[in-house]
Design a protein around this ligand. Structure first.
Ligand code: SF4
Length: 314
């Protein structure tokens, strides 16, 4: 039975010995974020994975993120500490369902959230993140109909902002449901002086993005990417912030601005898949070089173009 210090020291030793790079998503537990070479959202981590010179990438996040890194960097070894770290949003559509949907709308352009399996990406024209969904949709010729999947909230948000003709898949992330329907009212009551910041990452915040567009009393709510949120926190006169997304990002913000206070929009907003990565399984991952995430060549070839489009439009 080893303690945390053992795992931390061994992870650092193995990472250096193997010249590995550790990427951690913002929703990882604090100890993993503190050990990582890079911490960020799925777009930021994809960009790092595309550029890193290391041949061994350890992805502390969920499975579709490691798959994306493997597709972008097919010559590199991409590991994930727990293969069961999935995503309820990515699971809300499979390749058969998308193929059927496409056959019903043969002229449409398929726009898929990055939270999808490699098979779905291979059937898509564009991948997007919440940060660049509007820009990507605006780059598609106006006369084209769009099939948007799988996040219905991000789809409705993007439709509201762009005014485009879209069919939207009825998918959602289970974490957003824990944020609740009345968070704006509740939070205004409990933290009346706080700024309300939405991080547009994962399905858990896209329902808040949609509400911020639909309700007039939400106009003082701001939507920021990770870097934008950090800049906002540093520039703002406010000492208190309510953050609407998975709770893990509060660790990073608190480290960057220890003198300010951060509250999660909901204490329940926690993704159990993200929390499946632990110090112990990260240690085993580096020690045994397990579990490798590899995408079949034909699927990776087809999935690469929509991912590259996502990385280019930021
Ligand atoms: S928070 Fe939701 S969308 Fe993000 S990884 Fe977890 S299940 Fe998937």
């Amino acid at each position: 039975m080893h303690n945390d210090n053992f795992f931390i020291n061994e992870i650092i030793r193995l990472r250096d010995q193997k010249k590995a790079v550790i990427l951690a998503h913002n929703y990882q537990i604090a100890e993993i974020q503190d050990l990582a070479d890079f911490v960020g959202d799925s777009l930021g981590l994809s960009q790092v994975a595309a550029k890193t010179e290391s041949n061994l990438i350890v992805f502390c996040g969920v499975h579709f993120m490691a798959e994306t890194a493997s597709i972008i960097s097919p010559d590199k070894k991409v590991l994930i500490p727990d293969l069961d770290a999935g995503c309820s949003l990515a699971s809300s559509i499979n390749a058969e369902q998308l193929a059927q949907w496409k056959s019903e709308h043969p002229e449409a352009v398929v726009v898929s959230y990055v939270n999808t399996s490699a098979e779905i990406k291979a059937l898509s024209d564009y991948c997007i993140t919440s940060s660049n969904a509007v820009k990507v949709v605006e780059s598609i010729p106006k006369e084209k109909k769009i099939l948007f999947l799988p996040d219905k909230f991000l789809g409705l948000y993007t439709q509201t902002v762009t005014g485009r003709e879209m069919e939207i898949w009825d998918g959602a992330c289970h974490v957003h449901e824990k944020i609740g329907e009345n968070i704006f009212d509740d939070v205004k009551h409990t933290h009346p002086n706080a700024e309300f910041l939405i991080h547009p990452e994962c399905g858990c915040s896209s329902s808040c993005m949609l509400k911020s567009q639909m309700y007039d009393d939400c106009k003082n709510i701001r939507i920021y990417s990770t870097e934008g949120m950090i800049n906002r926190v540093n520039e703002s006169d406010s000492d208190e912030f309510v953050i609407a997304t998975e709770k893990g990002i509060l660790h990073r913000l608190q480290k960057l601005a220890p003198e300010k206070k951060f509250y999660p929009a909901s204490e329940e907003a926690e993704c159990e898949y993200m929390k499946m990565i632990t110090l112990e399984n990260l240690y085993n991952c580096l020690l045994n070089e397990e579990f490798e995430v590899k995408v079949p060549h034909d699927i990776a070839e087809k999935a690469r173009l929509p991912i590259q489009r996502m990385l280019e439009i930021v």
